[in-house]
Design a protein around this ligand. Structure first.
Ligand code: CAA
Length: 632
């Protein structure tokens, strides 16, 4: 099933989570049924959605018209058969109770055709176990929406033991279409974020319980170490101590004594009181608390990698998008050095009762021994046969290009080029943006010499896009501003979603485009139009950009990646030698006079005729068969 095959989504359970999920799905253009067992629950869910949308209209996040369209797309019902009728995706969002979920999935399994994807929204139950209730392991998966589901951008997509890769890919794509930043994980206690976040809350309580630090010292330590505005105790006061306690108990049950809840957390839960945040801060105690909090964080994050639950990139996205930490645990470990991280983990393990201690996670041990860093790329590559998808993934900063991103992109392009099986690459952005430009926060302190080196780095990477044999398609999924638009201008084909906005806003910042914008744009749209766009810093919608020849095609946002992939696969099916020579012939030809360019074409075609591919391609036409190109 492709994302565009999904037209109707059924959400079971009209509580806070279910209503939020239904709203998000309707907001993303799907027909939605929201089902609960009693009409008053259904109406309650619909009322909540209505109120959220009214608030959205008041805060100008949605228009009145959009709000009405969203509400009109959601149909409430108590009838299960009616709810699932015609739905390609069913999301169960009822209580976290295995027995109730069992009844629901048994019923769903009978009612839904085998191809319907069944999903449980869960923060703690085993997806593999739930899948076994049904007869559709490959088409069954877990989703973990974070509160509030309509707004929080993080989404964990959980593979049960039998979930197929196709189902996982589909749910990741759907998550993105619904405006989420999806992270992929194996079915494992606490999945990704709760696995390291809940023990961090618990550790805060242990520190106070053991009189290592008081509450304000732990708060200050956490805010400083993790770059956050609210420490663990303030957060528990806001979100509820019971949820922290119960979540830690679940981890304890599943993972053993190292995860035992702090007696202080248990006592506070039983007292039903909030934490008192008042008190003085002793810098020395704060320092010790900081090391302990980092120690537990690094220990658990390293375990996730050792157990193969997720990638370092997804674990870090969980922290930066879901928890709004300045950095995820792996980037933090790299920043302080893996040797120091290993020391902090070792010291934290020693604070556990002897019977609860566990060995140093092996991946961290090995990295620290070699004084090496975790591999955490800001450009994530997936492959689909001969097509590579390069996703710039720094969504908390709208994928802004800092030195790391440019270097990671350079390495990702190099890896694609070095792999002869890959013929086409698609560059896109994680989250709502393609790339919102060069990183303004990094640039603000740059000296002219540093700016020069940064600009040259950008030039080198974007030039590689033009000069590599692989065909590169830009799939602009949102903002492509400044360096983001300049990156797209270096690609061979530019596709965009209706939501895309492109422009070169640099002069408004007192600088001018520096990643090729002053040079490639005039070559594309002519010097007068280019100057108009650069000097006025005007942003264009995707349709306006297409009208002036700035991009090839515009698609509805839920179709962009499907269309980009279809085009990539079509190109990948052509003669490999021919497509790369054609790319270079066009790129060279537009830079030089026509006679020289035509001579270039002569040489290029001659080279093409020297390839086995042209023998195969021409002969296949005569034989009326599909050619089998070898790329030589
Ligand atoms: N650099 C660094 N951080 C950026 C960024 C950039 N270019 N663009 C966005 N961000 C960050 C924001 O600071 C914000 O971070 P915090 O949450 O930590 O505050 C986060 O991304 C989300 O951004 P906004 O809250 O601003 O999101 P919005 O939806 O309200 O606005 C936007 C979106 C209109 C794109 C706005 O972010 C914006 O104007 N960004 C700057 C665009 C720009 O001027 N780009 C050109 C950069 S210069 C350049 O590219 C030079 C060159 O040629 C090489």
């Amino acid at each position: 099933m492709r994302p565009s095959d999904i037209r109707k989504v059924c959400v079971l359970g009209a509580g806070t989570m279910g209503a939020g999920i239904a709203q998000r799905a309707a907001q993303s253009g799907y027909q939605v049924t929201l089902r609960d067992i009693e009409d008053r629950f259904v109406q309650g869910g619909l009322d909540n959605i209505r109120k959220t949308l009214e608030e959205g209209v008041r805060r100008k996040k949605v228009t009145q018209e959009q709000s009405e369209t969203i509400l009109g797309a959601i149909h409430g019902t108590t009838d299960m058969a009616e709810a699932v009728e015609g739905a390609q995706l069913v999301i169960e969002a009822i209580f976290e109770d295995m027995d109730i979920k069992r009844q629901v999935f048994e019923e769903l399994d009978k009612l839904c055709p085998p191809e319907t994807i069944l999903v449980s929204n869960t923060s703690s139950l085993s997806v593999t176990e739930m899948a076994k209730i049904t007869s559709r392991g490959p088409n069954f998966a877990g989703l973990h929406y974070f509160y509030p589901a309509a707004i929080n951008r993080l989404l964990e997509v959980i593979a049960g033991d039998e979930t197929s890769e196709d189902t996982m890919d589909l749910l990741m794509d759907l998550g993105r279409i619904m405006g989420k930043v999806p992270i992929r994980c194996k079915d494992s206690p606490g999945f990704i974020v709760n696995r390291y976040f809940v023990p961090y809350l618990n550790e805060a309580c242990r520190l106070v319980d053991e009189k290592v630090a008081n509450i304000p010292e732990v708060e200050a330590a956490a805010c400083e170490a993790f770059g956050i505005g609210m420490g663990p105790f303030a957060l528990m006061n806001a979100t509820g101590i019971p949820i922290a306690y119960h979540s830690q108990c679940s981890l304890h049950d599943a993972l053993g004594e190292a995860y035992a809840p702090s007696p202080l957390l248990k006592a506070q839960f039983e007292k039903e009181e909030k934490w008192d945040l008042e008190g003085d801060v002793d810098p020395a105690a704060k320092e010790v608390a900081s090391k302990r909090l980092l120690g537990v964080e690094f220990a658990v994050a390293s375990q996730l990698i050792e157990e193969g639950v997720c990638t370092t990139e997804d674990a870090d996205l969980g922290a930066t998008i879901g928890l709004r930490w300045a950095n995820g645990p792996f980037v933090m470990m790299n920043q302080i050095g893996t040797k120091e991280a290993r020391y902090l983990v070792g010291a934290w393990i020693q604070t556990l009762p002897e019977t609860a201690r566990f060995p140093m996670p092996r991946p961290l041990e090995e990295l620290a021994a070699g004084d090496a860093n975790w591999s955490v790329s800001t450009v994530v590559t997936e492959t689909e046969g001969p097509v590579a998808i390069l996703r710039v993934s720094r969504p908390a900063a709208l994928n802004a290009l800092n030195t790391d991103v440019l270097e990671d992109l350079g390495e990702a392009l190099e890896a694609v080029e070095a792999d002869p099986s890959l013929r086409v690459a698609i560059i896109t952005g994680e989250g709502n943006a393609f790339v919102a430009g060069a990183d303004i926060k990094e640039m603000v302190t740059k000296t002219p010499l540093e700016a020069r080196a940064f600009t040259q780095l950008g030039h080198r990477v974007f030039r590689r896009i033009e000069e590599m044999d692989t065909i590169v398609i830009a799939a602009i999924n949102g903002y492509a501003l400044g360096g983001g638009m300049e990156m797209a201008l270096a690609c061979d084909i530019i596709l965009a979603s209706e939501k895309a906005r492109v422009g070169l806003p640099e002069v408004g910042l007192g600088i001018h485009p520096g990643f090729g914008g002053t040079q490639r744009l005039p070559r594309l749209v002519g010097r007068w139009k280019a100057k108009e766009l650069i000097l006025t810093a005007q942003q264009l919608s995707a349709k306006e950009a297409k009208a002036i020849g700035l991009l090839n095609e515009v698609y509805p946002s839920d179709m962009l990646m499907e269309k980009a992939k279809a085009m990539a696969h079509r190109i990948a099916g052509m003669g490999p030698v021919a497509i790369k020579l054609a790319k270079h012939a066009v790129n060279r030809g537009v830079e030089i006079d026509l006679d020289t360019a035509l001579n270039y074409e002569v040489e290029s075609v001659s080279l093409c005729f020297a390839s086995e591919d042209r023998v195969e391609g021409l002969q296949a036409f005569i034989d009326r068969r599909k050619p089998e190109f070898k790329g030589r």
